[in-house]
Ligand binder design. Structure first.
Ligand SMILES: Cc1cc2nc3c(=O)[nH]c(=O)nc-3n(C[C@H](O)[C@H](O)[C@H](O)COP(=O)(O)OP(=O)(O)OC[C@H]3O[C@@H](n4cnc5c(N)ncnc54)[C@H](O)[C@@H]3O)c2cc1C
Length: 422
C-alpha cells in the first residue's frame, strides 16, 4: 500500500474554518438533538417548523459525518431489502406504508433541496439499478412489480437497456424515475442555516459525553462545560460512540472510502450510464457511481485492511469500472474521504427508543439519504407527540450485538477475498 504524499482534498469541498460556538453553561429546550447530519438536521427542521424549541449539538461541525461525505446517490430503494422483505419483516400494513414512503422519498428530497434558499446542485433524472447475472436480470420484473405496487415509477428496461448504458457486463436494468443527486454537504450545511432561521440553536465542536435522566423526568445532555435540559432527546450520531447508550454496538459498521474525479470530458460522460446515479446489484463488494451537477463522478469503495490511500482506492474502483465500461476512458481521480455505513440485523434503518422520550435513528444499509430523511422526520414526529403524525418506522428497543465490535476489522479483512471470488 502506498501513501499519498499530501492528503487529497475532500470530495465535496474544503471544510470551513469557522465553527459555531460550542455548548457552554446551562440551557433548556423542548428537544435536544445530538448529531448534525442529515437525520439530526431533518429532525431539527421538522420539529422547529411545528413550534418546538430545538437545540442541536454536534461533536465536530455540521456535515462532518457521512452526510457530508457520501456518494450522493438519491435512490428511493432500501439498500439491502426488497418491498416484500420489508412487509414480511414488519407486517403487510406497516411494511406497505413504509415502502410507499420510501418510494416517494427520492422525489421529495430533491424537491425539498430545490426549494431551499441555497443551491446544492439537486437534479432528478433517476436511479439506475443494473443486473450483470441473467438470474438477477430475470428477477427484476418481479422487483419492479413490488415497487410499482407501492407507488414507485419504475421501468424495466429490457431491450431499451443500451439506450441507458453501453456495457458488455449488464443484461438488465431498472430505472427508478424519482432518483437523482445533490451535493449532500451543501444540503446539510444549508439546512443548518434554515434551521437557525427557524430558531434552532446549533452548537459545534461539542461532543456529547452523556445523556442522563433527571428526577423531574427530563433529560440532561452533557458536553464539556455545557448542559442542556430537555423534554425529549434525539440521538442521530450514525453509530457514534461516547453518548453512553451503546449506539456503536447496535448496528454493524462497515468502513468505506469515497472517491471523486476531475470533471469528465463529454466523451467520457457519453460512454457512462445516462441516469445521474447507478448501482451494480451483482457486485457484492459494491460498484456504482453518481454524476454530480458539476460534471464529476463520485463513488464508494469498500477497502481492505490498513489505511488505503487514494491510489489504492482508485485501483480497486478502476478494475470494476473497466470491467463494466471498457470503452470509457478511466476518469482522473482527485479527491478522497473516509467514512462508514451502518448495517442492521433486519437490513432496515432503526428507529430506537432508548428510554422515555429518548430516541435514536440510524442505520442505512447502503442507501441512507432517502431513508435518513424519513427517519429524521419520524424522530421529529416522536418529539411532537401528535396523534395525526405517527412515525412510519417501527419503534424498536435497542438490541446490542457482540459482533458489532469485531465487524469493522473483519469486513476489511474479508473484502479483498470477496472482491476476488464473488
Ligand atoms: C462513503 C459513503 C457513501 C455513501 N453513499 C450514499 C449514497 O450514494 N446514497 C445514499 O443514500 N447514502 C449513501 N451513504 C449513506 C449516507 O451518507 C448516510 O446514511 C447518512 O448520511 C447518515 O446520516 P446521519 O445523520 O445518520 O449520520 P452523519 O451524517 O454521520 O451524522 C452524525 C453526526 O453525529 C455526530 N456525532 C457523533 N457522535 C457524537 C457525539 N457524541 N456528540 C455529538 N455529535 C456526535 C458526528 O460528528 C456526525 O456529524 C453513504 C455513506 C458513506 C460513508
Amino acid at each position: 500500500m502506498s501513501d499519498d504524499v499530501a492528503a487529497p482534498p475532500a470530495v465535496w469541498g474544503a471544510r470551513e474554518e469557522d465553527a459555531r460556538a460550542p455548548l457552554q453553561g446551562d440551557a433548556r429546550c423542548d428537544v435536544a438533538i445530538i448529531g448534525g447530519g442529515l437525520i439530526g438536521l431533518t429532525a431539527a427542521d421538522v420539529a422547529s417548523r411545528h413550534g418546538l424549541s430545538v437545540m442541536l449539538v454536534e461533536a465536530d461541525v455540521v456535515g462532518s459525518g457521512a452526510s457530508g461525505a457520501n456518494a450522493a446517490g438519491v435512490a428511493p430503494v432500501w439498500g439491502a431489502q426488497t418491498p416484500r422483505g420489508v412487509e414480511a419483516s414488519l407486517g403487510a400494513e406497516r411494511g406497505a406504508m413504509l415502502n410507499a414512503a420510501l418510494a416517494g422519498a427520492g422525489a421529495a428530497l430533491i424537491e425539498r433541496a430545490r426549494v431551499m434558499p441555497f443551491d446544492c446542485g439537486a437534479v432528478g433524472g433517476g436511479y439506475l439499478a443494473l443486473a450483470a447475472k441473467p438470474d438477477t436480470g430475470a428477477s427484476f420484473a418481479d422487483l419492479a412489480d413490488q415497487w410499482r405496487r407501492v407507488g414507485a415509477d419504475v421501468t424495466l428496461l429490457g431491450k431499451a437497456l443500451p439506450d441507458h448504458v453501453q456495457s458488455p457486463r449488464y443484461v438488465e436494468g431498472l430505472l427508478f424515475a424519482s432518483g437523482g443527486t445533490l451535493n449532500p454537504r451543501a444540503y446539510v450545511r444549508g439546512l443548518a442555516g434554515v434551521c437557525e432561521d427557524q430558531g434552532v440553536r446549533i452548537f459545534e465542536q461539542s461532543p456529547v459525553s452523556g445523556i442522563r435522566g433527571q428526577a423531574n423526568g427530563r433529560w440532561a445532555v452533557e458536553s464539556g462545560a455545557g448542559r442542556i435540559d430537555a423534554t425529549t432527546v434525539i440521538s442521530a450520531v450514525h453509530g457514534g460512540a461516547g453518548t453512553g447508550w451503546g449506539l456503536d454496538r447496535i448496528a454493524w459498521r462497515i468502513d468505506c472510502l469515497l472517491i471523486g474525479s476531475a470533471p469528465l470530458t463529454e466523451a467520457q460522460r457519453q460512454a457512462l450510464p445516462g441516469a445521474p446515479t447507478f448501482a451494480d446489484l451483482d457486485d457484492v463488494s459494491v460498484f456504482g457511481g453518481t454524476f454530480t451537477a458539476d460534471g464529476r463522478i463520485v463513488a464508494t469503495v469498500l477497502p481492505g485492511p490498513g489505511q488505503p490511500s487514494l491510489s489504492d482506492a482508485v485501483a480497486i474502483y478502476t478494475e470494476k469500472f473497466m470491467r463494466a465500461f471498457p470503452d470509457a476512458a478511466s476518469p482522473q481521480w482527485e479527491t478522497l474521504d473516509r467514512g462508514h455505513i451502518l448495517m442492521t440485523h433486519d437490513k432496515l434503518p432503526q428507529l430506537l427508543e432508548l428510554g422515555p422520550h429518548l430516541f435514536a435513528g440510524q442505520g442505512c444499509n447502503g442507501y441512507g439519504l432517502c431513508a435518513g430523511m424519513l427517519l429524521g422526520e419520524d424522530l421529529a414526529r416522536l418529539a411532537l407527540r401528535r396523534p395525526d403524525m405517527p412515525p412510519r418506522f417501527m419503534l424498536e428497543s435497542p438490541r446490542r450485538s457482540r459482533l458489532a465490535r469485531f465487524i469493522p476489522a473483519l469486513a476489511r479483512r474479508v473484502m479483498p477475498l470477496i472482491r476476488r471470488f464473488a
